[in-house]
Design a protein around this ligand. Structure first.
Ligand code: PEP
Ligand code: MG
Length: 877
């Protein structure tokens, strides 16, 4: 094994580099630090004698690689090499590679037993992953792609030919969906290289999701530059005498999440499928026959009869039916060059035309079935993709350069989706799925692989549905939709609602392990799916369906009337809005106003910072749609997870705990002041309130209020109309436990609180709201969350302020009486929930609700809270 010496002016730096590389490559690598001078206090500098001793200490017959930092380190290392005995000197190689990255890559390669030249080459290529990441395509989708020269893959990522299989046949294959939160970053990538590289086999790895590679699985640089992120599919191919062993090792490693700590590990229960995916040479080759567990990583467990799977409500309604799996083959895109560009261009045009025809047919079918142009308009966006030069230009250029049509189209779309994924928030990530859907449709035509519809009547179970899949479902045959992934903002969910097909999304991989035909009871309102519910469960579901139908009719009739509790307390039921369409829907749904305008849409959609005038114009338009109803405008709540292209920020390991919300606003007062001025100008003419997100401390509140005053004074000095001091209500969101706990200090400074239960729950229970595996833990009805809400509401009332709730909890019919009982007097919910929430308010007796809330905060769990509320009269209303 090649030895490695790390030379640095700083002893601590050299020691640290060795420690880091050992952590990646394992303790066995012969690595020696030669940092600082050979003096008692080891001051900064380099020392040839010290380096020479380090080379001796690291000595191996395979040679020693010396990596060094700057300036005199190079001279000292050269002198040290000169000091070596003649027979050893040729096997000492000084390497110009970057110190830290080079050391890690070299250590991993050395550990695999690579020869000296190969270890040095790995070290030299070690910047490839960083280069690819930082010098990637520009973030704005509409920008021109960089010149071809800049698109060259870094040297280490030069695609490899997939290995030939044993005896020259097909190589063995393994497909893995990477579950690690940060994907295959350096450490798991190093583990992967170690696992794959220690066998007598040629192994390659390819990122199938964002096509990249194949690269040699022995190269850390190659694997790191595949850009494998969480959820990406990795295709590993192996050939040679120990190909099967190599793939088995990789499969085991993937099952251990690449030896990363697994935050949500749960032991597989009885009946769990035997392995994480198809074994070497198994069924994973074409992807279409892959077992459900293989599509979603190692965690799928076949649910026992009676199990209730929890997901995200996607489309309301109850449904009963047998599970009908919809398994779509991941297209296998050929990467071979094509001889006849003209023929390939014609093939692409034909596939585009055929897809256009299909999309138009889907649009017309949806419009005919729903009578609603809005939902059908989803497909207009798809038609725009099919004519978008940002996709077609690069695709055609690649064909002219010799690539086949499928490869050219696939990679052109992948480039654009990659850019989108970098600049979008979770809502906009859903739009990427639309583009993916179009990519798959066009590929289907090019490859002659058509997507299949469900094979029979029942509840469609799928990993995820595209809008096209959903539009193709016939409500007469499909009684419900249950998906492992996806969110309520997906166009598939929007279409399911339009088609009135009950849907539950984000159920996790277990739903894919439900055997075909198993009876399912799906509740699209509660976001649950019960497996094999039994006769009593089915009878209860029938009764519940009838009750909901009657209640829904009654609620819709009275949706626009104000709501008051049974004992006469007025409660404002407003709507949350994240787009102008949401505001229009809120008015149609009978909302009393907008309780939360998430202004992120204005910023995320723009390629440069929206100006004060642009923002004010949008706010004024929305206020006009509301025709006198109040609107609470929340200042920008973006963070490192929702990067804005014009507001570059460092990536954060845990964006939920990073510089988001008010923290970012106070760090970038230019951005916040612009927004405050726009809000103040709007408030001069409309009933607008202002709200700050993610407040944790009193200092933040005071600093934000000072900025409001500053903006007001500046506008007044410029002669602009502004609301008088105190005329525009200013509130804060209570979504950080610290704010709830110190609410008594915060309340006098503001006009209102609005509790963001989505974040308050994730911070209280330390359960990331984006991680499906801990979704069950992040239950907003947990007594701990209710305690904090009660504390905030009491503090507000004590200071004569009001409290609202704008998190998802406000739309939960079981939660509404509790929230009112805790002192909440405003609820802001999705437009679709307004009518039902008003009905629950009307059925609530405040005194009884207060007693119920008092008991709830003392209960041990969210389920116990649910049982308590269900035992009250209002639940049977
Ligand atoms: C919340 O956290 O509950 C909330 C309403 O804010 P958002 O969901 O936009 O973070
Ligand atoms: Mg929030």
């Amino acid at each position: 094994m090649v030895g490695i010496v790390i030379v640095s002016h700083s002893a601590r730096l050299a020691d640290g580099v060795v420690e880091l590389a050992r952590q990646m490559a394992g303790p066995d690598v012969a690595m020696v630090a030669a940092g600082g001078m050979d003096l008692p206090d080891r001051p900064l500098g380099t020392d040839a004698a010290l380096i020479a001793r380090a080379i001796e200490a690291a000595w191996a017959d395979d040679g020693v690689l010396v990596l060094m930092d700057l300036g005199s380190a190079v001279l000292a290392a050269e002198m040290a090499a000169e000091m070596m005995p003649d027979e050893r000197r040729p096997r000492v190689q000084l390497c110009e590679a970057p110190l830290v990255e080079g050391a890690v890559a070299a250590a991993v390669a050395a550990r695999l037993g690579d020869p000296l030249d190969q270890v040095a080459a790995e070290a030299r290529g070690a910047l490839a992953a960083k280069t690819a990441h930082l010098a990637g395509p520009p973030p704005a989708a509409q920008q021109e792609p960089p010149p071809a020269a800049q698109q060259e893959p870094p040297p280490a990522a030069v695609p490899q030919e997939p290995p030939a299989g044993p005896g020259g046949g097909h190589p063995l294959e393994l497909r893995i969906v990477v579950a690690n939160r940060l994907g295959l970053h350096a450490r798991p990538a190093a583990r992967f290289v170690q696992a794959a590289g220690r066998f007598d086999a040629t192994v390659t790895a390819e990122n199938v999701t964002v096509p990249a590679g194949p690269v040699s699985a022995r190269s850390l640089n190659g694997v790191a530059t595949l850009g494998v992120q969480q959820g990406h599919e990795l295709l590993v191919r192996a050939s040679g005498p120990q190909a099967a062993d190599a793939l088995a090792a990789v499969r085991d490693l993937a099952a251990r999440d690449f030896d990363e700590p697994r935050p949500h590990a749960s032991p597989p229960g009885p009946g769990a499928p035997g392995g994480p995916g198809p074994g070497p040479g198994g069924r994973g080759t074409d992807g279409g026959a892959a077992a459900p567990a293989a599509q979603h990583g190692p965690a799928a467990v076949r649910p026992a009869a009676g199990t209730v799977l929890r997901g995200i409500p996607g489309s309301p309604g109850l449904a009963v039916g047998g599970a009908v799996h919809l398994r779509q083959a991941a297209a296998r895109v050929p990467r071979e060059p094509a001889a006849d560009p003209a023929a390939e261009l014609a093939r692409l045009d034909a596939a585009l035309a055929a897809t256009r025809h299909e999309v138009e047919a889907a649009r017309d079918a949806v419009a005919a079935r729903t009578g609603d142009r809005y939902e059908a308009g989803i497909f207009d966006a798809h038609l725009l993709f099919l004519a978008d030069e940002a996709l077609l230009g690069p695709a055609r250029r690649r064909i002219r350069e010799g690539r086949n049509a499928a490869d050219a189209w696939d990679s052109a779309v992948a480039d654009v989706t990659g850019r989108w994924q970098r600049l979008t928030d979770s809502y906009q990530r859903e739009r990427v799925r639309d583009l993916d859907s179009i990519r798959a449709q066009v590929l289907g035509h090019l490859l002659g692989e058509r997507r299949r519809g469900p094979g029979g009547a029942g509840i469609v179970v799928a990993a995820e549905l595209t809008p096209a899949d959903t539009a193709g479902l016939d409500p007469a045959v499909v009684s419900g939709i249950a998906t492992a992934a996806g969110g309520p903002a997906s166009h598939a969910a929007i279409l399911a609602r339009a088609l009135r097909i009950p849907a539950v999304l984000g159920l996790g991989p277990d739903v894919l392990a439900v055997p075909e035909g198993t009876q399912l009871l799906l509740d699209g309102d509660r976001g649950s799916v019960q497996v094999a519910p039994g006769p009593a469960g089915l009878a209860a579901a029938g009764r519940e369906a009838r009750r909901r139908r009657r209640a829904g009719q009654r609620a819709r009739r009275r949706a626009a009337e104000p709501a008051a509790t049974a004992d006469g307390a007025a409660v404002e039921v407003a709507a949350n809005a994240g787009s102008p369409e949401d505001v229009r829907r809120a008015v149609e749904a009978g909302a009393d106003g907008i309780g939360l305008l998430r202004t992120e849409f204005l910023f995320l959609a723009a390629s440069s910072m929206p100006t004060e005038a642009e923002q004010a114009a949008v706010y004024a338009d929305l206020a006009a749609v509301l025709a006198g109803r109040p609107m609470i405008i929340r200042t920008l709540d973006v963070g490192a997870d929702k990067p804005l292209p014009y507001l570059p920020r460092a990536a954060e390991p845990n964006p939920a705990l990073g510089q988001r919300g008010i923290r970012l606003g106070l760090a970038r007062t230019d951005v916040l002041l612009t927004q405050l001025r726009a809000v103040l100008r709007t408030a001069a003419a409309h009933p607008v309130k202002l709200m700050f997100p993610m407040v944790a401390t009193e200092d933040e509140v005071r600093a934000a209020l000072r900025l409001v005053s500053q903006a007001r004074r500046a506008l007044a000095a410029e002669g602009a109309a502004v609301p008088a001091e105190g005329a525009m209500e200013v509130g804060i969101m209570i979504e950080v436990p610290a704010a709830a706990l110190t609410a008594a200090r915060l309340a006098p400074a503001v006009d209102f609180f609005s509790v963001g239960t989505n974040d308050l729950t994730q911070y209280t229970l330390a359960a990331d709201r984006e991680v499906a595996a801990v979704a069950g833990l992040g239950d907003a009805l947990h007594p701990a969350v209710l305690t904090l809400i009660g504390r905030a509401a009491a503090a507000a009332a004590g200071a004569g302020r009001w409290t609202g709730v704008c998190g998802e909890l406000a739309a939960d019919p079981l939660a509404v009486p509790l929230l009112l009982g805790l002192g909440v007097r405003e609820l802001s919910v999705t437009a679709a929930a307004v009518a039902a929430v008003k009905e629950v308010v009307r059925a609530t007796d405040l005194a009884a609700a207060a007693e119920c809330a008092r008991q709830a905060v003392g209960l041990p769990s969210a389920d116990a809270v649910r049982d308590l509320v269900r035992s009250h009269r209002w639940c049977r209303a």
